[in-house]
Design a protein around this ligand. Structure first.
Ligand code: ADQ
Length: 483
């Protein structure tokens, strides 16, 4: 049976090891949901790192781990501490991540990182090749694996390879400064179909290919010496039904079944019925514009003091890449900003910012989405931003206002949100006021359009569109060959 191999840096599973016994459970991220029909329902295999460091796994444990991984229709790529330092924290998160998000001053160009990135991409290629059979399809995900398409294609030109980039592709002027720019482009061009969230990222990629490698490009294709590569945009959606049905259930909770967080949030609403809650959720990452957001909120309180005690910023930051220097620095900056603003404006009965630095269970995430009247999402750059989409999906009564950065890929599909420039603190402060004061009828009108779009183009449709396009690219290639 023909199958699809999905390849991503991390496997969509959680391993539990107790007294030498290993069990696994699937993780429930958006990507895993979207790819479920490609993975589970078509006998596919998901290849990636299982989260364990190679040195910590002896041969006995290794076979138990692999058995547990196989139960989830997955296969592991073993990574050592050195691989993680050079490939993951190094090249992926200290070179590519800042460069592709236009934080050039944060990027480190190190040959050691690059060598590690190449070596680890080769490790992934080896596992892919071991699992490939004639006629199979491979779908590679994201910036950690940009050399993989070429490594597969060189060995198996017959296999259909797709690649999707989850982060922005930067403009040519930024991309050209990377010392390994040719190798990265050639790595990606091993794919038959390359997908991006938006047309802008696609355009930037085409321009880099034509100006750096000199290949002829058209609106969405690149002509190489021996084949044609197709490029297209596929804005990733969310599991809309899951978010909207959980929110409906959440609103029907009784006093007894409510979560502690929900109780606190409701308590806040009962105590101060006219007070509004503004939600901010992201991984703690410098691309997400968290510091600007807090400063803009401070500006709002300064400019519109009537709102003191009548608003609260509920801010959830999920720990992320805390080994990387810039992330440590950012954590400190956010802690200080929150402390300063709470110190400056708090009254005996009111704290302007509720700050949580942790991951939260899904039900708490829903509690926040359903309880907060405004969502303030202000990334400096973001490939897509699924939080914005999840917030709108959870507003089942159609109330709620989304303030969204123009620099998020999601802004392209969410025109009815209040779009802002994340560097314009005055504008954000004024937009917070506008959001709080927006009449319910207008909120509902805006959300109605966004909801119907998000419902239609959900994460399953996204995966289906990509796979259908890949199939049609393959069919066209075969037609050209037989002519
Ligand atoms: P991320 O940068 O991680 O993803 P985002 O798209 O917002 O950003 O997705 C975050 C996900 O984590 C959301 O699904 C959200 O529900 C979940 N989450 C957030 N806070 C949480 C918490 N405290 N506890 C549990 N879960 C939480 C990258 C790119 C994005 C792109 C996605 C998908 O950087 O631009 O949208 O991939 O392609």
């Amino acid at each position: 049976m023909l199958k699809t191999l999905i390849v991503s840096n991390r496997l969509p599973l959680q391993l539990n090891i107790e007294n030498g016994k290993v069990s696994s459970s699937p993780s429930v991220g958006g990507l895993a949901t979207g790819l479920k029909s490609v993975h589970k329902e078509s006998n596919g295999i998901w290849i990636g790192w299982n989260g364990l460091i190679q040195e910590d796994v002896d041969s006995q444990l290794e076979s138990a781990v692999e058995k547990a991984v196989q139960e989830q229709q997955c296969a592991s790529v073993a990574l050592s501490q050195e691989d993680l330092d050079g490939f993951y924290y190094g090249f992926s998160n200290h070179t590519i991540w800042p460069m592709f998000h236009y934080f050039m001053e944060y990027a480190k160009f190190s040959n050691k990182y690059w060598e590690s990135y190449k070596r680890v991409n080769e490790k992934f290629a080896q596992v892919v090749l071991e699992n490939l059979e004639e006629g199979d399809t491979v779908w590679v995900h994201d910036y950690q694996l940009m050399l993989l398409p070429q490594l597969i294609k060189e060995e198996r030109p017959d296999v259909s390879v797709g690649f999707f980039l989850h982060i922005p592709f930067p403009s040519f002027e930024v991309f050209r400064t990377i010392p390994w720019r040719e190798q990265i482009l050639n790595g990606l061009l091993g794919a038959d179909l390359i997908g991006f969230h938006t047309y802008d990222y696609e355009r930037h990629f085409l321009s880099s290919v034509s100006r750096i490698l000199g290949y002829a490009t058209s609106f969405n294709s690149i002509t190489l010496a021996d084949r044609v590569v197709t490029v297209d945009s596929f804005p990733m959606g969310i599991d809309y039904e899951k978010f909207s049905s959980f929110s409906k259930a959440n609103q029907q909770q009784t006093d007894i079944t409510q979560s502690e967080l929900q109780r606190r949030l409701y308590h806040h609403q009962e105590e101060t019925p006219e007070a509004k809650m503004i939600l901010s959720i992201d991984r703690l990452d410098y691309t997400k514009g968290i510091a600007n957001r807090i400063k803009a909120y401070e500006r709002f309180l300064e400019k519109y003091p009537d709102y003191i005690e009548k608003v609260r910023l509920v801010m959830l930051a999920v720990p992320s890449r805390s080994n990387v220097k810039q992330y440590k620095r950012l954590k400190k900056e956010i802690d200080e900003l929150v402390g300063r603003i709470n110190g400056k404006f708090a009254t005996v009965s009111w704290t302007p910012i509720w700050y949580f630095y942790r991951s939260m269970p899904f039900t708490n995430l829903i509690d926040l989405y359903t309880s907060c009247e405004v969502a303030l999402i202000t990334p400096i750059r973001d490939g897509m931003n699924l939080v914005a989409k999840e917030y709108i999906a959870c507003r089942t009564d159609r109330t709620g206002v989304l303030i969204l950065s123009e620099m998020a890929g999601a802004a392209k599909e969410m025109n009815e949100a209040l779009l802002i420039n994340p560097n314009d603190l005055e504008l954000i402060a004024d937009t917070i006021k506008k959001a709080i004061e927006m009449p319910v009828i207008e909120q509902k009108k805006r959300n109605k359009y966004m909801q119907s779009r998000l419902k239609r183009y959900n994460v399953e449709k996204w995966a289906e569109d990509f796979m259908n396009k890949l199939k049609s690219v393959k069919r066209n290639e075969e037609l050209v060959k037989t002519k």
